[in-house]
Design a binder for this molecule. Structure first.
Ligand SMILES: Cc1ncc(COP(=O)(O)O)c(C=O)c1O
Length: 371
């Protein structure tokens, strides 16, 4: 196969040739042309959430986690108390970085096969007035659960608490409308459902709290207020920008808009998801989650019961056929994950299922039925 391997992962994702070609040029960070690209990307990002009136968007160099960390350091006061709604690995990561940023942090645990509960959050906020902010992971990519963003935002708003949302794997695919959902910060990144390349995150910050964020961050590089203020004043990034990532993102956003924006992207991912589930069921694979709470982003499957199965061999056999799978991230059951996102459609997913069938055959496994 002479095409790149198809990445069925939570990112980096498969990108289009057009997006890749956008990176074949050098740009100066002081150059007006490059700064116009940055401004255009920021404006497009705000349009996706209908947030021009209510929010600003601040791009930041680095992977998605850098922006989550920067959002906590910038938005939460040093004497704040953060409650992390925990139903998976990315929630635990958010809690860890919050603690490392020196903020008081409490985990509120939920089952990793279930959504977090708005009612339980309401009870907790009523009991503990010291909590100032809540962190929600919109799509918990660990298992693939879609969490109830609107309901959680409503509970936070009615209790007067700040809300930080990690929308890394959902932004641009699932609807997020800032006119309906109240949040202080929402974080995503270039290399996820916008189908750009990895290397920059971005944080939407509510205008009403923006000025109170000045001077809060204990980190220079991760201070989003400083990045925002500098960018507004000069049109430039504070420190060396990821130039190729930014121009690739601009090209990816142009294709996103041509496709029909978020509703069209979601429709394609749902079609990928349905094709995947149907094909994998024919091979005997069983998804880990109840379909009612499954986001059409990444699917966790139980590993086959057959004693000849091991993930490494399975992964290599699928890889030889041109498809990159992802290991599971659950603590108690053996699983693996298959992504539905990236610049791919249902025909590619059909090929992926064929590759998985071939991988099972190589391993001498006739049915993928789990325990
Ligand atoms: C929900 C969520 N949060 C955070 C991240 C972290 O992103 P990164 O690995 O780019 O730092 C990811 C990555 O897939 C994610 O899915």
């Amino acid at each position: 196969m002479d095409r790149d391997k198809i990445l069925l992962t939570p990112g980096p994702l498969t990108t289009t040739l057009r997006t890749k070609l956008a990176m074949l040029k050098d740009w100066g960070s002081w150059d007006a042309d490059f700064n116009a690209v940055t401004a255009s990307v920021r404006s497009s990002l705000l349009s996706i959430i209908h947030g021009h009136d209510s929010h600003v968007v601040v791009p930041l160099q680095g992977s998605g986690t850098f922006s989550v960390e920067a959002a906590v350091a910038t938005v939460v006061p040093q004497d704040g108390h953060v409650l992390v709604l925990d139903n998976g690995a990315y929630c635990k990561r958010a809690a860890r970085l919050t603690t490392l940023m020196g903020r008081r942090c409490t985990l509120m645990p939920f089952d990793e096969a279930a959504q977090v509960s708005p009612a339980a959050l309401a009870d907790r906020l009523a009991q503990d007035s010291s909590i100032t902010h809540v962190i929600l992971i919109h799509c918990e990519t660990g298992a693939g659960v879609l969490n109830p963003l609107q309901e959680i935002a409503d509970v936070c708003a009615s209790h007067g608490k700040g809300l930080l949302v990690d929308a890394m794997s959902s932004f641009a695919a699932l609807e997020i409308d800032a006119r309906k959902i109240r949040f202080d910060a929402l974080v995503a990144a270039s290399g996820k459902c916008l189908e750009g390349v990895p290397g920059m995150g971005f944080v939407f910050i509510r205008r009403a709290i923006l000025e109170s964020c000045a001077g809060r961050s204990q980190s220079l590089a991760m201070d989003l207020y400083d990045q925002y203020a500098y960018m507004e004043k000069t049109t430039q990034w504070r420190f060396t920008p990821p130039t190729h990532v930014v121009v690739a993102l601009a090209e990816a956003i142009a294709q996103f808009e041509e496709e029909g924006g978020q509703p069209a992207r979601l429709a394609r991912y749902i079609s990928n998801y349905n094709t995947l589930i149907t094909g994998m069921a024919k091979l005997g694979f069983k998804p880990f989650l109840d379909p009612a709470i499954q986001a059409p982003i990444i699917v966790t499957f139980h590993a086959p019961l057959d004693s000849r199965y091991d993930f490494k061999t399975f992964y290599m056999a699928a890889r030889e056929r041109g498809f990159v799978l992802y290991p599971g991230k659950l603590t108690t059951v053996e699983t693996f994950r298959v992504g539905c996102i990236g610049a791919i459609g249902p025909r590619v997913i059909e090929q992926a299922v064929q590759a998985i069938a071939g991988a099972l055959q190589d391993m001498g496994i006739s049915s993928a039925t789990p325990a």
